[in-house]
Design a binder for this molecule. Structure first.
Ligand code: FRU
Length: 325
């Protein structure tokens, strides 16, 4: 295929901790491997909005043709993103949003839909009757507010379901001491909706410690492959279900390149979701295993190609050497 101009893409990533963010970057790199001329510069804000603002400005100062941002918190990062956009730098929001409409495209799951899907599943699971604890992500993240809002919307159709307590986490299983207290204060709770699987894993531990593990069902979000990740937790029954939320790294790069190449693109690129539970988790695991194998095949083919090219180049050198003498 035709080669891509040497674009520079800046990527302001809220965090690089955890397999979900690693999968996002791996997806970007996989897509970029088809465009070796395109350079990606990523800065990691370590879950700090102050740092992320500065890093966005640093990326812009360093010279970039397009900015990809996954904001830690929507509000604080907005001014820096708006500045970049106002300078004519296209902005692709990835997974989380800013608090502004000043962006070129969004790529990621629909977090309202994620919350609604979780509520619908909870209603069926509990037969439309029961008390719920909601474990939220970082308060300022757009994924938190949207998942919360979607879940609340989904519950309005089910007056028999009630959220009796909300516990705020920071997207990680750590810092969840309030959950144990909430479970103790509400012994009648029959379900926990956790805004991601990592906090869901923490919730499962808390339930085990309190001896209520069988009785309290847990729904998480992400459904990643890998040991102790969503699919594994569903398969082992630690989570009842996980709502799939794709990291979308490949999609972000594809959208970025369309924008840069002045090709038609969509402004809203919503990645689909699906509930993973005991009925489909094995199928899902087989599919992801297959993708891993295919990726390894691609890498083997690439290194074989490189070796062949190297051999060809050295043979040419010898040939030219012979011709010159
Ligand atoms: C990873 C993560 C995911 C979650 C997403 C929300 O940093 O917390 O677990 O689905 O971010 O933006």
């Amino acid at each position: 295929h035709k080669s891509t101009p040497a674009y520079r893409i800046g990527f302001s990533q809220c965090s690089t901790v955890g397999p979900w963010r690693r999968a996002m970057l791996a997806g970007m790199e996989r897509e970029l491997s088809f465009h070796p001329e395109v350079k990606l510069r990523m800065l990691d804000a370590h879950d700090n909005s102050q740092a992320q603002q500065q890093q966005i400005r640093e990326l812009v100062r360093g010279g970039i043709d397009l900015l990809i941002v996954s904001p830690y918190e929507a509000g604080p990062v907005t001014p820096a993103v708006e500045e970049a956009y106002a300078q004519g730098i296209p902005v692709v929001l990835l997974d989380r949003r800013t608090a502004s409409q000043q962006y070129t495209a969004y790529v990621g799951g629909d977090n309202l839909e994620v919350g609604q899907t979780a509520a619908r599943y909870a209603a069926r699971l509990l037969n439309h009757h029961g008390n719920i604890i909601e474990v939220l992500g970082t308060p300022g993240s757009s994924a938190t507010s949207d998942r919360h809002q979607g879940f609340a919307q989904g519950l309005t159709a089910n007056p028999g379901l009630r959220v009796v307590s909300q516990v705020t986490g920071d997207w990680t299983e750590k810092k969840l001491p309030a959950l144990k207290a909430a479970l103790q204060a509400h012994p009648e709770v029959s379900l926990i909706f956790s805004h991601n699987d990592g906090m869901g894993r923490g919730a499962a531990e808390a339930c085990q410690e309190l001896g209520v593990a069988g009785r309290v069902k847990i729904i998480g979000v992400d459904a990643l492959a890998g040991k102790n990740e969503g699919l594994d937790l569903v398969q082992r029954g630690l989570l009842t279900a996980s709502v799939l939320y794709s990291p979308g790294g490949e999609d972000a790069i594809r959208t970025a390149l369309k924008i840069l190449n002045k090709e038609p693109y969509k402004r809203e690129n919503k990645l689909g979701t699906i509930v993973i539970d005991s009925t489909n988790v094995l199928t899902m695991q087989q599919q992801t295993d297959k993708m891993v194998t295919q990726q390894q095949d691609i890498e083997r083919q690439q290194s074989l190609l490189q070796r062949l090219q190297a051999t060809y180049a050295s043979q040419q050198t010898i040939l030219y050497g012979l011709l010159a003498t």
